[in-house]
Structures are given as structure tokens and as C-alpha cells.
Ligand binder design. Structure first.
Ligand code: TUI
Length: 313
């Protein structure tokens, strides 16, 4: 399965693992890279030195290509950007902002840069400033999201830029991956399905909450202050949404989410923690190793694209 994305990444398959905060650490990233995808370390709110240690631990586990995702709202984004350049990581992806200020630094270090975008305007801008590809992520995704759905965003981004586009948001199996290709993508980024992977160092309660989730179990909090975040419904999201409707300030609302993702991922507190996951959680019912996830995605996609179902011309 070769596309311009496999050429850029140097991977066997055009499949990237999402850079999920607290979840995407070196065990998961190494397993994905070893299975032929692009494993990605999430810098999230970590310091530069913490990310450097993770890069070294990852390099002990795999000599295949990998990426580092830089969350641009982090106060450490600048130092992490510097570490990514110093370590000459093969690929950087970015989220939740515009990475233009760091572009020159990364390109001079030979790093491939793949910003995550949620609009055509940012995709165009990223192409102009030298991005190698973009991830077009729709609001089916978990975590920090934009406004447009994957179905609407992806073909518009694909028409607007010449660099390869990677589809994200709602990809859970081969049907989703095949759909991304038909909408103009040359690769996919998969998040939620990898949270449930055997190699993901994530509390059992978190994984179980995802595999037990129904289609309508995710909600979006934080719309009122311009940083919408999708997560699975629980007593904490109910309280957040109630206070948000009452017009609570950002500072007040923040008390409900500070440390909440770590609490859910590491301590398994899925009642008062933040269980970030995409809308596709409802599709996932099994826990599997990364190798199996990638093999299934690839085989299903290939079969569907070679022989589309239920249609005769
Ligand atoms: O980044 C994500 N997803 C995330 S990051 C995260 S951790 C977090 N911590 C504290 C506060 C908020 C988040 C959890 N999930 N996905 C990539 C993504 N980027 N989705 C949407 C965007 C995006 C949205 C607007 C990128 C750029 C943008 O506009 C930038 C601009 O300046 O135009």
C-alpha cells in the first residue's frame, strides 16, 4: 500500500497513530512503528527534557520512523520544538494551533512537518510555509477539535492543496480508512482505536469505557471559551456542561479539567477524569495488539477498494 504519504514517512503503511496526550508514550509509539505504521509520541504538556527522554526510550525500542506531536497550546511548545530539531526526529506533527514560527527550525534540521489542520485556510497556509503534508482532522475526533466534520473538511482540503492530505477523525476500521482515500486522502491518522491496543499503557477502566461506549456516548465541552474538547460522557462532563450553560468563567471551568486526563488514563478514574475519545468509540468492541489493528485496517481497506460492496453499474 504505497502513497506519497508512505514515501514521506518511510513507513510500510500510510497509517499514523494520533498524538494523544498521556496515551501516546514510547511503548505505544514503538509498537505502531514496529507494525509498519508511524508511531507518534505526544508531547502534550510535557517539558522539552521529558520529551527528549521519551524519544531516547522510543529509539531503544525501534529503529523505524516515528513522529513527535507538539501541542501548540502548551507553555513548553517552544522548548519541545527545539528538542525535536536537536534530536532530528523523522516527523513532527502539530495540534491545536499554527506551527509557522517553528517551521524554519524543523526544515533546517531535516524534519518532515505534518501539521494537523481543521480548516482549509490553515491547510493552505501550511503548504505555503513548507509543510510536507497536512492531517485534516474532523470533529468526530477525540480531544481538542475544530468545527467541521471529516466528511466535509477532507475533500475541501484535498482540493485546496497540492501536498498530500491525511484524513483523521472517525477512522476506526477499514471502511473508515477506505472512505478517507475516496475523499482525497493519501493516508489516515487513527487515535481512539490505538488507545484500546494491548501495548497502550492506559488504565483498564479507560480501555473498557471505550470498548463499551455507545455511538452517542461522547460530548463536547469547552465550546464557550473557544477550545472545544470531545470526551466520553460521565459525571464530570455533566457538571462541566451544566456550569458552562450557566455562564461560568474559563478559570472556574478549568478546575474541573485540570489533571483530569491523567487521572483517567493512569488512575482509571473514568467518573471524574476526562476520558478523551472520538465518536468512533461506539464501533470498537475488542482489544488487540497494534500489529493486528494495522493488519486488519490494511486488509479491509484493500478489499473494499478493490471490490466495493452492494453496488452494480
Ligand atoms: O490537538 C489535537 N487534539 C488534542 S490536543 C489535546 S491536549 C489539550 N490540552 C489542553 C487544552 C487543550 C488540549 C487533546 N486533544 N488535535 C489536532 C487539532 N488541531 N484539532 C484541531 C486543531 C486545530 C484547531 C484550530 C488546529 C489549528 C487551529 O487553528 C489555529 C490557527 O491559529 O488558525
Amino acid at each position: 500500500m504505497r502513497t506519497r504519504v508512505t514515501e514521506i514517512l518511510g513507513t510500510e503503511y500510510p497509517i499514523l497513530q494520533g498524538g494523544m496526550a498521556w496515551v501516546a508514550e514510547h511503548h505505544l509509539a514503538a509498537a505502531v512503528s514496529e507494525a509498519g505504521g508511524l508511531g507518534i509520541l505526544a508531547a502534550a504538556n510535557s517539558t522539552g527534557e521529558t520529551v527528549r527522554r521519551e524519544i531516547h526510550l522510543l529509539r531503544e525500542r525501534t529503529d523505524r520512523p516515528f513522529g513527535v506531536n507538539i501541542m501548540l497550546l502548551s507553555r513548553y511548545a517552544g522548548e519541545v520544538a527545539q528538542v525535536a530539531a536537536e534530536e532530528r526526529v523523522p516527523v513532527v506533527t502539530t495540534g491545536a494551533g499554527n506551527p509557522e514560527p517553528y517551521m524554519k527550525l524543523w526544515k533546517e534540521a531535516g524534519v518532515k512537518v505534518i501539521p494537523v489542520v481543521a480548516s482549509v485556510a490553515l491547510a493552505r497556509r501550511m503548504e505555503r510555509c513548507g509543510a510536507d503534508a497536512v492531517v485534516a482532522e474532523g470533529c468526530e475526533a477525540g480531544g481538542h477539535i475544530g468545527e467541521l466534520t471529516t466528511m466535509a473538511l477532507l475533500p475541501q482540503v484535498a482540493d485546496a492543496v497540492k501536498i498530500p492530505v491525511i484524513g483523521a477523525g472517525g477512522v476506526g476500521d477499514g471502511r473508515g480508512m477506505a472512505a478517507m482515500f475516496l475523499l482525497g486522502a493519501e493516508g489516515v491518522q487513527v487515535g481512539t482505536r490505538f488507545v484500546t491496543a494491548d501495548e497502550a499503557v492506559v488504565h483498564e477502566n479507560y480501555k473498557n469505557r471505550i470498548v463499551e461506549a455507545k455511538d452517542i456516548d461522547s460530548v463536547v465541552i469547552g465550546r464557550s471559551h473557544g477550545h472545544p474538547i470531545r470526551m466520553l460522557r460521565n459525571p464530570n462532563t455533566r457538571e462541566y456542561l451544566r456550569r458552562e450553560q450557566e455562564g461560568a468563567s474559563f478559570e472556574e471551568l478549568e478546575t474541573l479539567t485540570l489533571g483530569a486526563l491523567r487521572r483517567a488514563v493512569q488512575e482509571g478514574d473514568v467518573r471524574t477524569g476526562s476520558v478523551m475519545a472520538g465518536q468512533i468509540a461506539g464501533l470498537l468492541h475488542r482489544r488487540q495488539p497494534c500489529r493486528e489493528i494495522i493488519r486488519e485496517l490494511v486488509e479491509e481497506t484493500e478489499a473494499l477498494l478493490k471490490n466495493p460492496p452492494c453496488i452494480q453499474f
